[in-house]
Write a protein that binds this ligand. Structure first.
Ligand SMILES: NC(=O)c1ccc[n+]([C@@H]2O[C@H](COP(=O)([O-])OP(=O)(O)OC[C@H]3O[C@@H](n4cnc5c(N)ncnc54)[C@H](O)[C@@H]3O)[C@@H](O)[C@H]2O)c1
Ligand SMILES: O=P(O)(O)OC[C@H](O)CO
Length: 300
């Protein structure tokens, strides 16, 4: 198919109709026209493409596939979400495989605001796939002159990089929101990255994957920009301000999942533990800060 030929499915028929005719999502992507080759529908039966990108918030992915999985048999499914399912304690590729065991699955992840990609700004992402030939085909199919995909066969590492960076981004946002300073943010990013590695390596990820686009690359983007919802949510927590509960903040549920995973594996992840407790309202910010600063002095 030609570049841009695609079917965009959305669950709300009124929104699908509006997008198909207005050719713009004025609420989320004002000023970005939908390419002519994109057809919008709310009817899943109209989604006939061999390659399907699933861009649904992490905690909704399993229920969605359980309800509609039969529409995706014999397809190539690319997970685009970042997080850990709170019930299964696994990432999006694992969730897809748990519902559709015979699916051919890949993961698209890395530093990217949807808005930047939609505007055609240069972006580099990780295409993680453990089927070598499929990985090469998808890399060719999805790369564009401005969107450069790097292949990686370490799916678990790429999943964990994308999930864990959101938790650290909340912590970074809290730091800035509470006025604790940019030095404190840098410290949290570095110590948070150490936590990301600790958990990911214990689950079989490769260190190079964590150091790449899907881990460190996305950590830098998400901890450093107010365009990030995770960062803004953290800022609101740090300021004691309200935050729109309809906004997708993947790091909130992921922090709870990771805190449980770390406990079950006896891994020390203090930043993640504090984010999970803050998100659940179990501690105050001064208590979290005091607990982090009172930790015994140790080797780096
Ligand atoms: N927005 C970004 O810049 C960006 C970049 C990279 C990765 N991601 C990841 O993509 C995933 C989705 O994020 P987003 O920004 O698109 O979120 P979003 O909240 O903006 O959009 C999610 C879409 O999924 C739909 N949806 C929600 N629940 C559904 C369900 N049960 N069934 C069907 N559709 C449902 C919503 O209606 C909405 O259209 C997240 O895991 C996020 O981390 C987002
Ligand atoms: O807005 P966020 O915090 O969900 O971040 C979006 C992307 O994951 C950044 O790579």
């Amino acid at each position: 198919c030609a570049l841009g030929d695609a079917t965009l499915w959305c669950r709300d028929p009124a929104q699908a109709d509006s997008l198909q005719h207005q050719r713009e999502n004025a609420a989320k992507l004002p000023g970005v026209p939908l390419p002519d080759g994109v057809k919008v529908t709310s009817d899943l039966a109209q989604v006939n493409a061999e390659t399907v990108l699933l861009a649904i918030p992490m905690q909704q992915t399993r229920p969605f596939l359980e309800a509609h999985g039969e529409c995706f048999l014999e397809r190539r499914l690319i997970a685009c979400s970042k997080g850990i399912d709170l019930d299964l304690m696994i990432g999006p590729v694992g969730v897809i495989r748990s519902v559709l065991p015979s699916a051919h699955v890949a993961l698209l992840t890395g530093p990217s605001f949807a808005d930047d990609i939609a505007r055609g700004l240069p972006t580099a992402l990780t295409l993680a796939c453990d089927e070598a030939e499929l990985g090469m085909e998808l890399q060719e199919q999805l790369s564009t002159p401005n969107l450069r995909l790097y292949r990686n066969s370490d799916v678990i590492g790429a999943e964990l990089g994308g999930a864990l960076k959101n938790v650290i981004a909340i912590a970074a946002g809290v730091t800035i929101g509470a006025g604790l300073g940019e030095s404190a943010r840098a410290a949290l990013m570095a110590r948070g990255y150490a936590e990301m590695q600790r958990l990911a390596l214990s689950l079989g990820a490769q260190p190079d994957t964590l150091a790449g686009l899907s881990g460190l690359g996305d950590l830098i983007l998400t901890c450093g920009s107010e365009k990030s919802r995770n960062f803004r949510y953290g800022m609101a927590l740090g300021q004691g301000a309200a935050f729109d509960s309809t906004t997708t903040v993947e790091g909130a549920a992921t922090a709870r999942a990771v805190a449980k995973l770390a406990k079950s594996r006896s891994l020390d992840m203090p930043v993640t533990r504090m984010v999970a407790a803050l998100v659940e309202g179990l501690i105050t910010l001064p208590e979290a800060l005091a607990a982090l600063l009172a930790r015994p002095l140790t080797d780096e």
